[in-house]
Design a protein around this ligand. Structure first.
Ligand code: DAK
Length: 268
């Protein structure tokens, strides 16, 4: 069986989920999704990780979508199974406790854009291109993209993307609020790793808490998110991580979250 997924160690607190099927522009077939599910399971258990880069093989495409050749022969039952399984895999990426950074070097189309949307941030090459071409195939996005794109760039723009099947260059995607950064193509990997390392140098448990609070802003109603924030803030004072951070400030030194006993809290 071909190996499409790899979990690479990058630096302390940072790993990379690598999808490599460049001959098909990293298109997502059932096998890739199954291996991605396994890889994500391993990452979830990695309490030492604060940030995860999601990157793919080849220069042309991040991911060119769900595998059209595979879908061509689906029966209704297979379509249903693929949809339910795919949705659960994307949810598992979206629900990772670490900060997930999608590193987009080229086409991020259809299911490929949906995968990048399941990450927390996107950093893109100036050569990247984005779009949801599904309606041109008589389909709609089915890996959560209709919901996540609306939340990311707003209703009107997202619906235009979904219904026009147009491809958008990186600067248009940036101006829509989809991307955190556009960088020179050859700088992409370095910038993604550097941002991930910066995040990993912060209090590991604080980083995870911040992600959960930000998610509450997107998915909870009324004042609930403020309550969540207060609870997570209070929790900060129950362990050694904030002690190390605050003491380091007073002692005019850099905090040592990963080499001190404080790093043991990362999974909390
Ligand atoms: N699937 C399978 N193979 C693909 C592919 C894809 N999505 N995209 C490209 N490839 C393959 C090509 O067939 C070609 O293979 P060979 O012919 O060499 O064997 C190889 O990758 C190189 O592609 P091209 O020769 O086409 O390369 P170009 O540079 O000329 O063009 C392109 C690059 C990205 C513009 C073009 O390949 C393209 O338009 N690709 C298709 C993009 C697309 O339409 N993507 C959306 C797929 S639909 C759902 C969940 C999810 C979805 C739907 C429902 N449920 C849970 C209900 C999602 C659907 C989709 O993503």
């Amino acid at each position: 069986m071909a190996q499409f997924l790899n979990l690479a160690e990058v630096t302390a607190g940072v790993a990379a989920i690598e999808i490599s099927r460049p001959e098909a522009l990293n298109a997502l077939n059932t096998e890739v999704l199954m291996q991605l599910a396994e890889c994500v399971k391993k990452v979830r258990e990695r309490h030492d990780l604060s940030a995860v880069i999601l990157r793919t093989g080849g220069d042309k495409a991040f991911v060119a979508g769900a595998d059209i050749k595979e879908m061509l022969h689906f029966t209704q039952q297979q379509g249903h199974d693929f949809a339910r399984f795919g949705q659960s895999v994307f949810e598992s990426v979206f629900n990772l406790p670490q900060i997930v950074i999608a590193q987009v070097q080229g086409f991020a189309l259809g299911g490929g854009l949906e995968l990048a949307l399941a990450a927390d941030f996107m950093i893109a090459s100036e050569k990247a291109k984005f779009g949801l071409p599904e309606v041109g195939l008589g389909l709609i996005p089915g890996f959560g993209g209709t919901q996540r794109l609306v939340r990311r760039i707003g209703y009107a723009r997202a619906l235009e993307w979904m219904t026009s099947a147009e491809r958008y260059p990186a600067d248009a995607a940036f101006n829509s609020g989809l991307l955190n950064r556009i960088v020179a193509h050859e700088e992409l990997g370095r910038v993604a790793e550097s941002l991930a390392a910066t995040i990993a140098a912060q209090g590991p448990s604080a980083v995870r808490s911040a992600k959960q609070c930000a998610r509450a802003a997107l998915y909870s109603q009324g004042d609930f998110g403020f309550e969540i924030e207060a609870q997570f803030f209070a929790q900060r004072f129950g362990g050694s991580e904030s002690k190390e951070g605050l003491t380091a400030f007073m002692e005019k030194r850099k905090p040592q979250f990963r080499n001190s006993s404080a790093s043991g809290q990362a999974g909390q």
